[in-house]
Write a protein that binds this ligand. Structure first.
Ligand code: ZN
Ligand code: ZN
Length: 168
């Protein structure tokens, strides 16, 4: 996950990397490899990377407990400046490089952005109907006909929350 910048001409360059999740120190929920398309733009005092990351992850649906795979595709930008890092640098998208740096390691940001792409809410599909609170039937597959005590889909977010609290 190293891009050599020593001797690289100014202007635009493209790269593609494919790395195993283990090598990136990412385990579950990520499956398969992570690929990135990198568009690098070099000028005399900075290098800008525009990265298109593709990962695959396996989750359990918050509503119906079904295991499903989801593609994650975060797109991000990192700016590398040649120079000393100011003490008040809080912008995580700016990385300072020594003036004689000859390479940049893109793995730390790949790892961070892959992790950030994990959704808070894990649903097998947006309109997942979940499980019947009475008999446990997967309501996406069948309607069990139970009396649901007036539970309708408007309460699903609350039920998700309750489930989460109970799980903890
Ligand atoms: Zn579901
Ligand atoms: Zn039921």
């Amino acid at each position: 996950m190293i891009i050599k910048i020593a001797g690289l001409s100014e202007g635009s360059h493209s790269y593609q990397f494919n790395e195993s999740v283990n090598k990136l120190e990412l385990g579950s929920p990520f499956s398969e490899n992570i690929t990135v398309d990198v568009e690098l733009n070099k000028s005399h005092n900075q290098v800008i990377l525009n990265v298109d990351l593709k990962a695959s992850a396996v989750f359990e649906c918050d509503r119906c407990n079904k295991v499903f795979e989801k593609k994650l595709n975060p797109v991000y930008k990192v700016v590398y400046f040649f120079g000393n890092e100011p003490e008040d640098n809080i912008d995580t998208n700016i990385v300072y490089l020594q003036p004689d740096a000859d390479k940049i390691n893109i793995a730390p940001e790949m790892r961070d952005y892959a992790l950030l792409a994990i959704p808070m809410k894990k649903l097998c599909r947006e309109d997942c109907k979940g499980l019947c609170p009475v008999c446990g039937t997967d309501l996406n597959e069948a309607d069990c006909g139970c009396e649901k005590n007036g539970t309708d889909s408007r309460w699903l977010p609350l039920m998700d929350l309750k489930k989460k609290i109970n799980n903890n």
